[in-house]
Design a protein around this ligand. Structure first.
Ligand code: ADE
Length: 239
């Protein structure tokens, strides 16, 4: 069975959204993965179909009810055997390594947060893994869920061509990507670096590694400090 993402949301009409377009959309249409957006409100039990209530202890906003969300989770098929994620700015930051693990598995169930929060007892009781896509706050988890799904889908077998199979890109080697150029040879007075037109593949590779290393050190000191140390650097040693 192909990789499947199940999203629990109060706004199922937001899906597939951008995931129905371009690389992910073509893969979706050709059956390489599937997407199921389920309305949390379908699991409401009272006559007003209410999904939220005021926070215990007082304070502003509304909290998603534990009983309603638990029923929505329990209605998902094989929920207990799949990664159960919840998109939240207080989650562990998403990494390419976690994306690769999720892409290799059966496909996650993803809870999208809204309102001021979700009752902690359903997070604990259903062992939801909270995941953040960065240190900023979105108005809901849906766009964060789309981000996570997109990152997974491009790694699925058959989704990307062999050429761009992910081995030569940022984070696979812990470095940011080197700059790219194409025609025209001069743009607004800026030429393409000579080495790229030299036809010397070893020199091109060395130049690209040096550019990647310099960019990573300057822009992402955190990645630079944690990079896997290769035996040969692309940069000449300082003497
Ligand atoms: N929901 C709101 N903000 C978010 C974030 N930064 N990451 C994941 N889910 C979110």
């Amino acid at each position: 069975t192909p990789w499947r993402a199940t999203v629990l949301t109060l706004f199922p009409e937001m899906f597939p959204g951008p995931l129905g377009i371009s690389l992910a959309g073509r893969a979706l249409a050709s059956g390489l993965w599937s997407l199921e957006a389920r309305d949390i409100r379908a699991s409401a039990t009272d006559k007003h179909r209410s999904v939220d209530d005021t926070p215990a202890g007082g304070g502003p906003g509304m909290v998603l009810r534990a009983d309603v969300l638990a029923a929505a989770i329990d209605a998902v098929d094989a929920a207990a055997e799949r990664p159960r994620l919840m998109m939240s700015p207080r989650g562990r930051p998403l990494t390419q390594a976690r994306v690769a693990e999720l892409a290799a598995g059966p496909g996650p169930l993803i809870v999208c947060g809204r309102f001021e929060g979700i009752d902690q007892r359903v997070i604990d009781g259903r062992q939801l893994e909270e995941v953040s896509i960065g240190d900023y706050v979105l108005s809901g988890g849906e766009i964060a869920a789309m981000t996570l799904i997109d990152a997974c889908v491009r790694l699925l077998p058959g989704v990307m061509g062999k050429l761009e199979s992910g081995s030569d890109e940022s984070f696979s080697d812990g470095l940011l990507e080197y700059p790219q150029y194409t025609r025209p040879q001069v743009f607004e007075g800026r030429p393409i670096p000579d080495v790229l037109l030299s036809g010397d593949h070893a020199k091109v590779a060395a130049w690209r590694l040096a550019e990647s290393e310099a960019l990573t050190e300057k822009r992402r000191p955190d990645l630079w400090a944690a990079r896997p140390k290769a035996p040969e650097s692309g940069r000449k040693r300082k003497s």
